[in-house]
Design a protein around this ligand. Structure first.
Ligand SMILES: [Zn+2]
Ligand SMILES: [Zn+2]
Ligand SMILES: [Zn+2]
Length: 278
């Protein structure tokens, strides 16, 4: 028995059956050696299946913070709209082309939960196909787009409030009451979770409690207690204050996912939209 790929002789018990090519869109399977088998299959970064055949690899990818940063994009699930979407230098890690991928949704779990950025199998991609159609329609994005057009498209989407500028979550923020000044100013372009994060960071005692304060003159630096305090007794107090303020807005407290607020606390803010810019 010979490996279909490299031609190496293999014992039948050492052979694996794998999809080696496609003919008229149909996968063709053959016996291959172990080495070639691992070259052919991919791992789905969502369900962990490590034997995903080429025709079962979807056009959707999981992008962790590290890779997203190379294209100024938040972590999330993206659709590949143009290949190659990655450029991999001889030294160092790859970078993503900002106009070669389309943002679909935030990651289902916090970034830390996932080992690496990578492929998603067709089965796991099903819900993202629906989101893609809901957010962008059926329009193919891979023809006739240049980088400028792409950037304009993104700006429009951000203006329309489709995606949160910070965490990338799909959102359509309601119009906050003009009387609630801080919330109104925190809202544009951000999802309720990031809006509240921005708002909390604008209240100095809360900000200092969570993030600490640097040494200033004779005063020593005070380490922050971290956003996890929002889950504790101090958090109960903070949430009460937030609830009172929200009664003046169209946003409901139930729209805030405090786990997301804490989990995303360390995410960077888009340039010029940092919490200090009130
Ligand atoms: Zn082989
Ligand atoms: Zn999967
Ligand atoms: Zn957000």
């Amino acid at each position: 028995m010979k490996c279909h790929e490299c031609g190496e002789k293999i014992h039948p018990e050492e052979s694996s059956y794998a999809e080696v090519t496609t003919k008229k869109g149909k996968p063709v399977w053959a016996d291959v050696c172990h080495d070639c088998y691992y070259d052919i299959v991919s791992t789905c970064q969502l369900c962990g299946a490590d034997d995903v055949m080429p025709s079962d690899v979807s056009r959707f990818i999981l992008v962790k913070h590290e890779l997203g940063r190379t294209a100024d994009r938040p972590p999330g699930i993206y659709e590949i709209v143009r290949y190659p979407f990655l450029s991999i230098p001889l030294v160092g890690s790859g970078s993503m082309g900002a106009s070669d991928v389309l943002f679909i949704d935030r990651l289902p779990k916090p970034d830390l939960h996932y080992d690496i950025s990578g492929h998603i199998c067709n089965e796991c991609a099903k819900p993202y196909r629906k989101i893609r159609r809901a957010a962008y329609g059926r329009k193919k994005m891979d023809r006739g787009w240049n980088r400028t057009e792409w950037a304009l498209q993104w700006q429009d989407e951000f203006k329309a409030g489709v995606h949160c500028l910070r965490c990338g979550r799909l959102c359509r923020p309601g119009t906050p009451d003009p009387k609630a000044r801080a919330i109104r100013q925190a809202s544009s372009g951000f999802c309720p979770n990031c809006m509240i994060t921005k708002f909390l960071l604008s209240i100095e005692p809360i900000r200092d409690l969570i993030e600490g304060t640097p040494a200033r003159g004779p005063r020593l630096a005070i380490p922050g207690k971290g956003p996890e305090i929002l889950f504790g007794p101090e958090g109960v107090h903070v949430k009460k204050q937030v609830a009172v303020i929200l009664t003046h807005t169209q946003m409901r407290e139930s729209e805030i996912d405090w786990i997301e607020v804490v989990g995303n606390w360390g995410l960077p803010w888009p340039k010029g939209r940092e919490p200090g810019n009130f």
